[in-house]
Design a protein around this ligand. Sequence first.
Ligand code: SAM
Length: 246
Amino acid sequence: MRMIPDKEPKTYDETPRVPMTEETLRAAMPDVTQDQADKFVKYYNLLLKWNAKVNLTRITLPEEVAQKHFADSVLGASLIPEGARVVDVGTGAGFPGVPLKIVRPDIELVLVDSLGKRINFLRELCGAIGVDAETIHARAEDAARDPKLREGFDIALSRAVAPMNILTELTLPFVKVGGASLMYKGSGAAEEIAASENAFRELNCAAEPIAFDVPWGARSIVAARKLAPTKKKYPRKAGFVEKAPL
Ligand code: SAM
């Protein structure tokens, strides 16, 4: 019988390494160009290499990475205007920002994460695959108060960072009036939207879910459109946002 470890493994690198073939990638992303396919395969190889020393992802099989990291990330591509300035908040190993930048090189991308080791990975990754993105090691609560970043983006992206009411406070301050926070969710976004009405009101935005059906499951992106500037008090200091969610 396999013993269940009682605490998190030191790294997530527990599955055998299987190389990602272009065929596997194209099964999930049939429309990529040759150059984009090469970048995604290199991304996979570096992700797995770094995952042996830094916790980046529990998803490691090539099919699953192609579907749940790469293809899921690019679902939002059609919601981003041409040449948009985009910030990915809590990007982790680069999702969804880096795959989006691979298929949409016209966007200007800033990647924010509070964990330095993940930022180090992203710097090496972007250099290795030739993706031009700025990386910022900071908590969203602090970065969103930097005058160079506050209300400086057309689009904020986020996936798997926090519940929607918290995420709205962490992402909307980065967005210009008229721009949007695109929050990637699985199915079940309706409940989260209902629980976030107060946050939407306080953060001056209107939210709309957009559904996507992919062969591996139902997905949605909630687009919170910014209607007026964010009050100066938001985002509150780290800790307060989670302890007393709007
Ligand atoms: N977005 C990636 C994805 O979908 O795979 C990563 C998700 S991971 C579960 C959450 C990430 O958000 C972690 O890398 C963590 O360090 C980062 N994070 C959590 N709270 C944050 C905050 N307040 N500011 C910046 N980064 C944060």
